[in-house]
Design a binder for this molecule. Structure first.
Ligand code: OGA
Ligand code: MN
Length: 238
């Protein structure tokens, strides 16, 4: 049953886009950052990312530190551990967007956690969100490859809380892969990815071997993300 659900979520949300073989984003390919990082301390832009693009990304890819406190993180984890108790991590196909994960869609939460989920919804979305919250549990050796969430099944905003560990997310421009931004997602932070960041860039969570931010290694342990999405726009009426 769990296997069936997991496969289903993948089919709905994911559209894996392999990077071109000519473009490698190792830690070494990240060069110096803009002189002024004060606006975006958690973002590191590639040199090819021009000022206009940087400003757009700062607007469309936000990271809010300490969105939840330690107690709220523990409450979420307690409820989620029960949910995951009997499912195994999947180390599937080479072409899957995610490696080393288990996941679920959660329609309801206990009272305390519901409060946190509603705070996320009110803070990150100007419109409604899908009722089900997507929870992704990534093993320590797991990672998410570059992909775009399906435009058919997900609207213009994706927002997630990171539990258990710091991690590094990278957004790579689909048309010009040399334009990318590397983001430090601290434990208990919230990210909001919308509009240009959501549609013009692939996103990925880096494997520990590539997980660097401003030259420092960021060691990801097990990571759970709690993700809300806006619904896709209704199909045009004829
Ligand atoms: C996804 C995804 C990011 C995260 O499930 O499509 O990109 O924060 N997740 O786990
Ligand atoms: Mn995604």
């Amino acid at each position: 049953m769990v296997f069936y659900i997991a496969k289903n979520i993948r089919a709905f949300f994911k559209h894996a886009i392999p990077l071109s073989a000519t473009c490698s984003h190792s830690a070494r390919s990240i060069c110096s950052t803009p002189t002024d990082n004060s606006n975006s301390p958690n973002l590191e832009f590639s040199p090819e990312c021009d000022e206009a693009m940087r400003q757009m990304l700062v607007k469309d890819f936000q990271i809010h530190k300490d969105f939840i406190n330690v107690e709220e993180e523990n409450n979420l984890l307690e409820e989620l551990e029960l949910k995951f108790k009997r499912s195994r991590y999947q180390y599937d196909h080479w072409d899957d967007a995610i490696h080393g994960y288990r996941e679920t869609e959660k329609p309801t939460w206990n009272k305390e956690n519901d409060c946190v989920i509603n705070r996320l919804r009110n803070f990150a979305f100007s419109t409604t969100t899908m009722q089900h919250v997507h929870v992704l549990d990534l093993a320590e050796n797991g990672h998410i490859k570059p992909h775009l969430d399906s435009i058919k099944f997900c609207g213009n905003t994706i927002s997630g809380i990171s539990l258990l560990t710091d991690s590094v997310m990278r957004l790579i421009h689909i048309q010009r892969p040399q334009v990318f931004v590397t983001a430090l997602l601290p434990r208990r932070s919230l990210y909001i990815m919308k509009d240009s960041a959501r549609y013009e860039f692939n996103h990925e969570i880096l494997n520990n071997s590539e997980s660097f931010f401003r030259g420092e290694q960021v060691t990801k342990t097990r990571r759970i993300s709690v993700i809300c999405r806006s619904p896709p726009p209704p199909p045009p009426t004829s």
